[in-house]
Design a protein around this ligand. Structure first.
Ligand SMILES: Nc1ncnc2c1ncn2[C@@H]1O[C@H](COP(=O)(O)OP(=O)(O)OP(=O)(O)O)[C@@H](O)[C@H]1O
Length: 673
């Protein structure tokens, strides 16, 4: 038998579409009931269940145990109820048939029934309060872990489609917690396992009662057998059919999962502020609507069909199924009225419990795979994290960051899915405190290099030393504390100016003094002062991605009431954000990707002055600066210039050296004068 080394391998194997070579189910796609899938589910369950249960129940161990026991007890109550009621009916029947009324027996039975009812309701309320506490903390735990994972995953890790899929299915698993008990998403969470246990107890107690009643006469044994066949057969048939039909009407068959994914995509596209201009300019509206309509219809068709087919028939069949054995029982003389009522109650209870049990357990297979995804996702190690045992603390140099892309081991990087490398054979050296300007044509690899230096992207080959240590040995989180940056497509948030700037150094998000200082450094004071509420003015980030507009702890805010800014004003805000952090003593490197592209000439000069000021102290240079620019007048102020061409540094040196070289930089410089 093929063994799977990890939960991830078993999970991946379960996604293979049977009979196809290399095709995978879409995330959330339903796995069919096959021997192979059952084996995979067993493998996953063995590995993942203890881990997930430990995580889920760990917060309230004692309460979880109490909940388990109470639920087992609850499973026996329906049978007890039937038994108690049967005794009362028998007593009344005896009173009617004999004309003798036992004054002691009936009140005793009634008070017992009353105590049973009280006990049942006490148990119910005890279960409900314990359940709420245990379930809520379990939900919080898994949602927290998922959120933590989501925030940890870096761009290189997320560029792997398998990682995205496992995180997607893990997310479905987490959402099943939020819907637990309500059957949302057609999934089953470990919380429902308690319910299964309770239902099993209920079924066992009903079966026990029916068996005890049948034991009294041989004819009853036959009735028992008949009851079992009549009650169980339709459920088992429907359960097997549900799994054997590829186009089952259960949620998350492959077709439906694809439709759900499309629906979400189209919905996001329609609501995305980032794409609005393109949608309007290219007339994409009707196409998006058509795709959304088709996906929605696909999702609506399945449940409608199943509801139509199943509304009246089950009630009829249930009555028939429970009545046939009862009629037979009535024909055999020795049954009392109470035992017959007891029998009927038990059969009906058995039918309902079995139905619920089968509905719940038929989701089990799918749920095990989603649980496997969750468990595997929790083990994902971000690609930028140093290998185990390789991490070293950040090594600080007193005068800024020393950067060296080794000449013998040139940096190379190709974006996932691209044929051509974005960077190839890049080598250069920057001493601590030096300022480097990167120039070159569009698409020459400048921003890619900047993202590698800021440890947003990794490289495929080569070696990059930071302060004489391989950059891959630094924990990215720690490394980022020593870097401040402004990206080419910086984020704009639907939030106040203060929040937009303050996130540059989150520890000072609520420190107006520090924020004012950063705004002043970026030369943006006049912009902020002109706003109706100064730093408190909410900005309209139309044109940025709506999936990331809200700041932590803020209520959603209708962007139409927010204040708009011009491109240059937004760039000032983004610069203020970078300067929030750039001013910190621990920051050794500033990476600025076209920080002045939308600024007027005065503002550009002022920004360059500020950057120079930030990178120096009265004792000398304290911060290394790398900035990308298309303006050669700005570039010549740097200590070194890297001229990039086709993903490589074609020329490297001071402005004068490159001019003397009379190469591509000199030509570009002459053309720009
Ligand atoms: N996410 C991506 N996926 C695939 N290819 C990419 C991606 N981003 C950039 N590229 C490609 O990598 C190459 C270098 O891009 P990069 O953004 O580094 O250029 P650049 O020099 O900064 O350009 P510009 O001056 O226009 O900003 C280009 O050919 C580009 O098409």
């Amino acid at each position: 038998m093929q063994t799977h080394e990890s939960t991830f391998d078993a999970w991946l194997a379960s996604r293979a579409v049977p009979g196809s070579k290399g095709l995978l189910l879409t995330p959330g796609g339903r796995r069919h009931l096959t021997v192979r899938n059952v084996k995979l589910a067993v493998d996953i369950a063995k590995e993942a269940t203890p881990k997930v249960l430990r995580m889920v129940w760990g917060r309230h161990r004692l309460r979880a145990l109490v909940l388990l026991l109470l639920n087992i007890a609850r499973g026996v109550f329906p049978a007890l109820r039937g038994y108690s009621q049967a005794l009362i009916i028998n007593e009344i029947q005896t009173a009617f048939s004999t004309g003798y009324f036992d004054m002691k027996q009936l009140p005793w039975l009634l008070s017992r029934e009353f105590s049973r009812m009280v006990m049942e309701s006490v148990l119910d309320s005890l279960i409900n309060s314990t359940e709420k506490l245990v379930y809520n903390s379990a939900r919080l735990e898994v949602e927290h872990r998922q959120m933590q994972l989501q925030l940890q995953l870096d761009i290189p890790t997320l560029s792997d489609p398998m990682v995205r899929d496992v995180v997607h299915e893990s997310d479905l698993f987490v959402r099943s917690f939020a819907q637990s008990g309500a059957g949302g998403f057609g999934l089953l969470s470990p919380l429902d396992l308690v319910r299964i246990l309770s239902l099993l107890c209920e079924v066992a107690s009903h079966v026990f009662i029916i068996c005890s009643l049948a034991r009294t006469s041989p004819s009853h044994s036959f009735i028992l057998l008949l009851t079992a066949v009549i009650v169980l057969f339709p459920h088992i048939v429907s359960w097997l059919r549900m799994y054997s039909r590829p186009d089952s009407d259960e949620p998350y068959n492959p077709q439906e999962a694809a439709a759900a994914a499309k629906l979400e995509k189209m919905h996001n596209l329609a609501y995305s502020e980032a794409h609005r201009r393109e949608i309007l300019a290219f007339g994409l509206g009707p196409w998006i609507l058509r795709c959304w309509d088709n996906a929605r219809r696909t999702l609506l068709v399945f449940p409608r069909c199943s509801r139509n087919c199943s509304s009246v028939l089950p009630i009829f069949w249930l009555s028939l199924r429970t009545s046939i054995p009862l009629l037979l029982m009535l024909q055999s003389s020795d049954g009392s009225l109470g035992s017959m009522a007891f029998y009927r109650n038990s059969v009906q209870g058995l039918v309902f419990a079995l139905r619920e049990l089968l509905t719940t357990t038929r989701m089990l297979l799918q749920s095990v795979f989603l649980m496997g995804a969750f468990s595997a996702a929790m083990d994902i190690r971000p690609k930028l994290m140093p290998a185990k045992g390789m991490a070293v603390p950040y090594r600080a140099f007193s005068r800024g960051m020393k950067i060296e892309a080794r000449q013998q081991r040139n940096l190379t990087y190709t974006y996932p899915g691209s044929m051509e490398p974005a960077l190839k054979g890049v080598s250069f050296k920057l001493e601590p405190g030096e300022r480097l300007a990167i120039v070159g044509h569009n698409g020459s690899g400048k921003s890619t290099l900047a993202q590698i230096l800021t440890r947003i992207l990794d490289f495929d080959a080569g070696e990059l030393l930071v302060n004489d240590v391989d950059i891959r040995r630094y924990d990215p989180e720690e490394y980022h504390r020593h870097v401040s940056t402004i990206f080419q497509g910086f984020s704009k948030f639907n939030a106040s100016v203060a929040k937009n700037v303050g996130v540059g150094y989150i520890e000072h998000l609520y420190n107006p003094g520090e924020i004012q200082h950063a705004v002043k450094l970026a030369g943006a004071s006049h912009i902020v002062d002109a706003l109706p509420q100064g730093l408190k003015t909410r900005l309209d980030a139309s044109g940025s991605d709506s999936s990331y507009p809200q700041m932590p702890g803020l209520q959603p805010w209708p962007s139409s009431t927010n204040h708009g800014l011009s491109g240059g004003e937004w760039q000032h805000i983004a610069l203020s954000r970078a300067f929030m952090r750039a001013d910190r003593p621990e920051v050794d490197l500033l990476v600025l990707d076209e920080p002045t592209s939308s600024l007027d000439a005065h503002a550009q000069n002022r920004t360059c002055d500020t950057v120079e000021k930030l990178s120096s102290s009265p004792k000398g240079r304290t911060r290394t600066v790398v900035f990308i620019t298309h303006r050669l007048l700005t570039a010549r102020r740097a200590d070194k210039i890297a001229y990039m061409q086709n993903g490589t540094i074609a020329e490297f040196g001071t402005h004068q050296e490159l001019i003397d070289l009379k190469g591509a930089y000199a030509a570009l410089h002459n053309a720009s004068i």
